[in-house]
Each structure stands twice: as C-alpha cells, then as structure tokens.
Design a binder for this molecule. Sequence first.
Ligand SMILES: [Zn+2]
Ligand SMILES: [Zn+2]
Length: 323
Amino acid sequence: MSRRKTKHKTGIARLEKIPYHDAWIAFVCLKCHKLNTLIIGRKFLSPEEAYKTARWKCKYCKYVHSSKSPLPFKEWPKEFTKVGSVHARRFWEAFFRISTESRESYWKQCNVCGRILPFSAFSRHAGWGPLERQMECRSCKGVINAKLNPLRTKEQLYESSIKRRVADLLLEGENEKILFKELFQRFDSKCFKTGKLLNIKNRASWEIDHILPSKYLYPLTVKNAALLSRDANNNKGDRWPSEFYTNSELIKLAKITGANLSLLSRKKPIINPHIDVDACVTRFLKVREKSDLPKRLKELRKLLIAYDLVDRLSKENKQVLGL
Ligand SMILES: [Zn+2]
Ligand SMILES: [Zn+2]
C-alpha cells in the first residue's frame, strides 16, 4: 500500500485508498480455522439477508460459508451437517448473526497501520460512516496523540517535580511567614478563583497559592500568596499566574497583594531575577545533613544549568558543585 507524500500535521502518513468508512465482516473459517475478512461497504447486512444470500469463501481453503454448504465437521453425525437439516440451519443462522447482528459485530480498516480490526479497536466519531468510528485504530491514535498532545509525559512530570523540590530547598530561608488570619482577611475568607467561602479552621479545605511558582525560585511572601480552595490550588499547580488566572483576576490579585502586575501577566514564566542564587546555594550546602547528598547535588547542578544560573554563583560555590 502506498503512503501519502505529504504528511498530515500529525507527522503520520495515512495510507491511500483505504475505504476507511466501510464496514468489514470477519469470520474464522469453519474448515481451516483461519481468520477471513471481507469488505461489506457502507450498508450493513441483516442477519436474515446474510443467511439467505452470503457466500463467504475462505481465502485459504476455499470452503464456502453459506447456508447452502454442508457443515465441514467430520466428527458430527451426518444428519447434523447436511444442508437444510434443522441443526445445520440453526448453525448457519447463528453463524451469520454473529458477524452482522449489530454495529459492534463489524470490523474496519485503519488507514494508518492498514490492519483490519474489530469495531472496539476504534474510538467513536459520530456521523462517520455506518460504524461511526475514527479513521485510525486506537493504537495509531495513541501515536497521533503523543505527537499532538502537549501534555507532558510521566518522565517530564517527574523532572518537573524534581525541579520544584530543589527550588523549594533553595528557597528555604527566603520564605516569609504567612499569617493565616491576615491572609483570610485579605481574601475575604473566599477562594480567590472560585469565590467559595472557606473556613480557616478546616485546614484541609484550603491552601496558600504560591502565585509566582516556587519552581521558578519565587519565595512565599505576603505579596506572593493567594488564598485558594484545595481543588483550585490543585488545578493551578506549578502554572504561571497568567496561565491560570484571567486578566481581570490578575488585576484584582495585584490590588489585593501588591504584586507586580506586569510580572503576573507575563505570558511566559521567568526565573526570579532578584533571587540571590548564590546565597541560596550556600544555605543549601549547609543544611543538607540527612539527605542523599550526591543525588541532591546532581539535581541542583541540573537545575542551575537548566535555569542558566551558573554565572550567578560565586567562584567558591561553582567549584564545590563542580560547575
Ligand atoms: Zn478455510
Ligand atoms: Zn492502526
């Protein structure tokens, strides 16, 4: 089968001439037990029609599957396998029904990998052909999604969580103490995102949003703290404020907290330009008694390089870290 020269925006070429809306039937040959597939087109067969008219010939052994063929089961009594016997009739009725009784009985061809697969191998697409299934099988769809989906892989998420952890360790000592009562006063005891009323005593129901994420080396300060319900805070995660809050929310937030609106509304995250990286690293190197030091150092080096912060270190710290 030939593949299209111009690739789809997914980067995956689709096979030409695949009648990807068409229905197929599939059956296992009664005689040689091999799987056969047969294109039916855009109109389903009814089980009655199939029983009366179908002549499905096995590609391999040429046995014809038809209510007018004797059953090829040698070990069955003759009167069961004879054309027109009640047994044979019942057998053929059910045989054709299995392949045609519902949409789910049909198969279809994937126009990416070219395989003919059962109905359930395709995801739903309303209005597409009689089967209302997508052009590509779910396996191929997985590849397409991996290409299109900006969602991060597990590994990237893991990398991101390490960054955050290292950043949190670096920021120890930079954070301000947030007085809960004052936080609640500033935010009128409401989740800033959802407006839901929050109870200061139910500590599990609310969280302090690090407006500018610690991952980018912004310490938790009064200016950098928002009151959110736990759900809203989980939704925000490590996102930059402009990716989570609307413009009018950002303005309101700057008013409440005194934060810098230009910074909050930036489209892309920026590493805190004011943080004293060297002081943070010096502190980091003093307090890590219990942790796995080689691992932490490796993570720290990675972060400093990724964030382009090496030049902000003293000669001494560079040396200690081997940078
Ligand atoms: Zn066969
Ligand atoms: Zn496929």
